[in-house]
Design a protein around this ligand. Structure first.
Ligand code: GTP
Length: 171
């Protein structure tokens, strides 16, 4: 299970969804804002917290760097997908990227737990987690277990519930 060995978690989502703000809550204090690996146009961030090893990256840039981020799919044991619940215009882009992720040969056949953060729940235009579930078509995912948490990455609200689910999901 997840507590018995190191678990590789990838944290993905569109730019501006709130990944960096979420990661700052999850990171051990000493590693905060350290260990950022910049490459041209593509940033990967890695750190460990408890038994979880996190690798985070952006899925933006019209898929230009897709070949770079896909490389991390094979070794991942769990996925955190962050969406900006207030960004109605780009919810369809977030769905397209999710669908591409789910169809990938290193992901599709595997029963990987997926945790969704419906982030920016504090904004008045934010959609509910039920609405986000519908817009991303999460109920239609096959062969996956998922959980969705409304979150406010600025205060940290909703984050520990999500991580608790993720930690037990593969036990
Ligand atoms: P990139 O750095 O572009 O990859 O984006 P990111 O996904 O890492 O998002 P980031 O954490 O930089 O957050 C983007 C903006 O949204 C920042 O201005 C954050 O302060 C803000 N933000 C993040 N989470 C929340 C939230 O829950 N509520 C509100 N109101 N703003 C948030």
């Amino acid at each position: 299970g997840l507590r018995k060995r190191e678990v590789n978690v990838i944290v993905v989502g569109l730019d501006n969804s709130g990944k960096s703000t979420i990661l700052n809550h999850l990171k051990p204090d000493l590693e905060r804002a350290a260990d950022i690996v910049p490459t041209v146009g593509f940033n990967v961030e890695r750190f460990k917290a408890q038994s979880l090893a996190f690798t985070a990256f952006d899925m933006s840039g019209q898929g230009r760097y897709r070949n770079l981020w896909e490389h991390y799919y094979r070794d991942c044991d769990a996925i955190i997908y962050v969406v900006d619940s207030s960004d109605k215009l780009r919810m369809v882009v977030a769905k397209d990227e999710l669908d591409a992720l789910l169809q990938h040969p290193d992901i599709r056949p595997r029963r990987i737990p997926l945790l969704f953060f419906a982030n920016k729940m504090d904004l008045k235009e934010a959609m509910s987690s039920v609405k986000v579930t519908m817009m991303l078509g999460l109920e239609k995912m096959e062969n996956k277990q998922f959980h969705i948490c409304a979150s406010n990455a600025i205060t940290g609200e909703g984050l520990s519930d999500g991580i608790a689910w993720l930690t037990q999901a593969a036990e």
